[in-house]
Design a binder for this molecule. Sequence first.
Ligand SMILES: N[C@@H](CCC(=O)N[C@@H](CS)C(=O)NCC(=O)O)C(=O)O
Length: 205
Amino acid sequence: MKLHWSPRSPYVRKVMIVACEIGLDDRFEKVRSVAIRTRINPDIVRDSPVGRIPVLVLDNGTVISGSYAICDYLDSLHDGAPMIPSAGAARWRELELHGIADGLLDTLIAWWGEFLKPEGQRWQALCETCATKTNACLDWLERRSESFEREALGIGQITAGVALDYLDFRFADLDWRAGRPTLAAWHENFRRRASTKATEIVNDE
Ligand SMILES: N[C@@H](CCC(=O)N[C@@H](CS)C(=O)NCC(=O)O)C(=O)O
């Protein structure tokens, strides 16, 4: 199977960490694909008209677009502890966490898009709402992280860890750890996992 991949994309990283955790990371043919909002990449669009990464093309030609769907597919390929529990309260608790962490990631990507513009052209109101939402998500994660060590690692915690790493990568000045000791301590452990070390974000521009 072919994965449209980039070492800079946090959504791709989510997929790669899930794949490493379940031992399927050597199954992909990784294709370095550049995806930016202001330019169409015909190689990506040929496989998925959405034009974003990650995109997974299965050997039978089925195209799976988006990190959540790809993780769900990977989860169907193994018999170990699921990254997305299939039913019951555990499933909804996992998806609750994933929804907040993935939403935080979406906010950070939108915010970073403004930083890429020349200063005079940034949409100030958007930057302010992104800052407010980021802080609210981080406060939510700080409360929730009190139970992280007791819970199994799944797509929710992985996405939260990826979002925190992305904050360090793109928003190093924003001191997200201040006032969030539980989340910061959990993140230190998360960063030591083999799966996160093997997939560290690389700025290859
Ligand atoms: N919800 C999607 C978001 C994917 C996404 O936005 N990827 C970025 C790269 S980090 C992208 O392809 N951006 C190009 C674009 O938006 O056109 C997912 O979970 O995979």
